[in-house]
Design a binder for this molecule. Structure first.
Ligand SMILES: [Zn+2]
Length: 364
């Protein structure tokens, strides 16, 4: 999560509100001073706005924080469109669609931990890229020796969209292998640091894109530990703690699942807070009693019916619109979980920590 200006104003205003409640009611004299003081007047206006914000119109916004969230799965970004390739223009089209239809990106880490700060009335969505293709983050070296980020690579497309739409957070996770992530070895350090400094994330897709089916504990630890080691060489404090299963496969031996979640390799410790399947449907609210952060479903970010076969991102958007699937709609307050009354039973009270649950009845 990144602190934005709005949150800072809200925090300030909330502390004002607390101070305001603690003091005795102001005298007439005091009121007069307040009326004349433009700063106090301004603070009052902020307070009124916060009061408005806290009391969102539930009937109008209809938050449902027990609803489902889609984790989009992209791979390569280039021409032409194919099974594991989205064209740059189609990626731009996807972002436009998401924006216009009320979806706002959150990080995979925030999804896994239930830290959802999406603005009230908007639907959180998670965006992921597998395999660390060069076209996800490509550097062009110009004739004068200067470098620029290829405007058709994923990183540039997301950054540009975020600049034009600041209320569409720059939250993307790139899950990499160790075949020189993003190609160009000479820019590896620059790219890894750039991603993290901009607030995007790097996740683990194993060193060799291994198929886990017949692996043992040692191999799993090596595959995961090597990526953590690689990233921490350049970013010692960055936690690589999200993992996408190559081919969506898991070891046949279920006792090895624990090694996918946590382990050690050559003195490097790894602990995954999210493990991503290769999936085909939206997944549960992080507050749902059946939410398993170590088996999160994903959706193919494509509209090529030949490959998505009715379960691609645009198919699910339609289901959300029709109400045959229920989307997560944020209440704008990460500390409160707002749900229609009939969803009360699905919330796992042990999972939500200090958060409060607020229920309401949707008026017909
Ligand atoms: Zn892959």
């Amino acid at each position: 999560m990144k602190l934005n200006k709005k949150m800072i104003v809200l925090t300030l205003a909330a502390s004002l509100l607390i101070t305001g409640c603690a003091t005795s009611s102001p005298s007439v004299e005091k009121e007069k001073v307040q009326k004349e003081n433009p700063v106090i007047q301004q603070e009052k206006e902020v307070l009124e706005k916060v009061a408005e914000k806290k009391e969102i119109d539930l009937q109008e916004i209809k938050p449902n924080e027990a609803g489902q969230i889609m984790v989009l799965m992209y791979h390569s970004i280039k021409e032409p469109e194919a099974e594991f390739t989205r064209t740059p223009d189609n990626l731009r089209k996807d972002l436009e669609y998401l924006y216009e239809n009320g979806y706002r990106p959150i990080s995979l880490k925030d999804y896994a931990t239930g830290n959802i700060t999406t603005e009230a009335g908007y639907k959180p969505i998670v965006i992921t890229f597998d395999d660390g293709w060069q076209n996800n983050f490509n550097i062009i070296k110009k004739e004068n020796g200067e470098i620029e980020i290829d405007p058709d690579c994923a990183v540039a497309i997301f950054e540009k969209f975020n600049k034009e739409h600041p209320d569409f957070p720059l939250e993307v996770t790139f899950l990499i292998n160790d075949n020189i992530p993003f190609g160009q070895e000479e820019y590896l350090e620059y790219k890894l640091k750039y991603i993290v400094e901009k607030g995007m994330d790097i996740g683990n897709h194993t060193a060799t894109h291994v198929n886990y089916i017949n692996t043992d504990a040692g191999r799993i630890q090596k595959e995961l530990g090597q990526i953590v080691k690689l990233v921490n060489k350049y970013l010692p404090d960055y936690e690589v703690n999200t993992h996408a299963l190559p081919f969506g496969s898991r070891p046949k031996d279920k006792s090895l699942y624990k090694d996918l979640a946590e382990g050690d390799y050559e003195g490097v410790h790894y602990k995954n807070i999210a493990i991503l399947n290769v999936g085909w449907d939206p997944y549960k609210s992080p507050f749902h009693k059946d939410f398993n952060p170590l088996a999160i479903h994903r959706v193919r970010a494509s509209d090529l019916q030949k490959y998505v076969q009715g379960v691609g991102m645009y198919d699910w958007f339609k289901s959300f619109d029709k109400g045959t699937k229920v989307a997560y709609v944020s209440d704008g307050d990460s500390e409160t979980i707002t749900i229609p009354k009939n969803y009360e039973d699905v919330i796992d009270m042990n999972r939500i920590g200090k958060k409060k649950v607020r229920t309401y009845t949707i008026e017909q």
